[in-house]
Design a protein around this ligand. Structure first.
Ligand code: UDP
Length: 239
């Protein structure tokens, strides 16, 4: 297989790192996800990763807590995941750098866009942690922001379902999967691809998103090599 993209931004939700447990980090699962990342990196694809934190903490589900503080906790959760992913990649022999949007320089590099791009050009995988560094945002928005900054060709959003459906396939057995969608469809029909801030950011910056299932982590390689699995969200679905 030949890669279709030169530089990609892979969004890994916190949940995807938790394995069957549903929370915390299952390191075997992380290793399984990192193997195709290594394969693609060896093919010369520049790979940046934004990790979520929902396997530990989500600010919006924190109940009585002050939202800003709860979001700070969520961003710290993404840093834990980023270190887990980095460790798995290193164990597989991949060069990796973690950059955080909230400084913790004893643990990881601060986010510096040009430095991130240099790492990518040198073949290192870069893991972005702490989302955007601001409360009230999601790591999906962080993925669209970082993708725009590093000029990624596409965002690969690895999820627990194999694409975008017109209704929840777990509830409705007749739910229809879309192969392609426009950002307008996503925003107007309120399809649960990513939050509207993230979707508008991608639309405004002309960054397509491929939503696909991580049930089989090899899908990462398939998507990077242009196989049509999942759903592609792009500006104009006629091209
Ligand atoms: N978060 C934040 N600002 C950001 C990104 C994330 O405050 O720019 C916090 C927020 O509390 C969020 C948590 O970090 O709930 C974990 O991120 P997210 O829910 O996007 O993780 P995922 O669902 O992808 O695992």
């Amino acid at each position: 297989m030949q890669p279709k993209y030169k530089r990609v931004l892979l969004k890994l939700s916190g949940e995807s790192l938790a394995g069957n447990e549903g929370h915390g980090i299952d390191f075997d699962t992380v290793l399984r996800i990192c193997r195709p990342i290594k394969t693609c990196s060896l093919m010369g694809v520049q790979i940046a990763i934004v990790v979520g934190g929902g396997n530990f903490w989500r600010g919006r589900s924190s109940g009585q807590m002050d939202r800003t503080r709860a979001d700070h906790m969520g961003m710290l959760a993404t840093a834990i995941n980023a270190l887990g992913v980095a460790d798995a990649l290193e164990q597989l022999g991949v060069q990796v750098r973690v950059q955080t949007a909230i400084s913790m320089q004893e643990v990881a590099e601060p986010y510096i866009r040009n430095r991130a791009v240099r790492h990518l050009e040198k073949g290192r995988v870069v893991v972005f942690a702490c989302g955007t560094g601001n409360p009230f945002f999601s790591t999906d928005t962080a993925a669209s922001l970082r993708a725009a900054e590093i000029e990624a060709d596409i965002i690969l959003k690895a999820t627990m379902v194999d694409g975008v459906y017109d209704s929840d396939p777990k509830v409705n057995p007749n739910a229809k999967k879309f192969d392609t969608l426009s950002f307008m469809d996503v925003l107007n029909k309120d399809l649960k691809v990513m939050d509207s801030t993230a979707a508008s950011m991608c639309r405004d910056n002309h960054i397509p998103i491929c939503v696909f299932s991580l049930d089989d982590p090899e899908n990462i390689e398939r998507v990077i090599c242009g196989q049509s699995i999942g759903t592609i969200v792009k500006e104009d679905t006629t091209v």
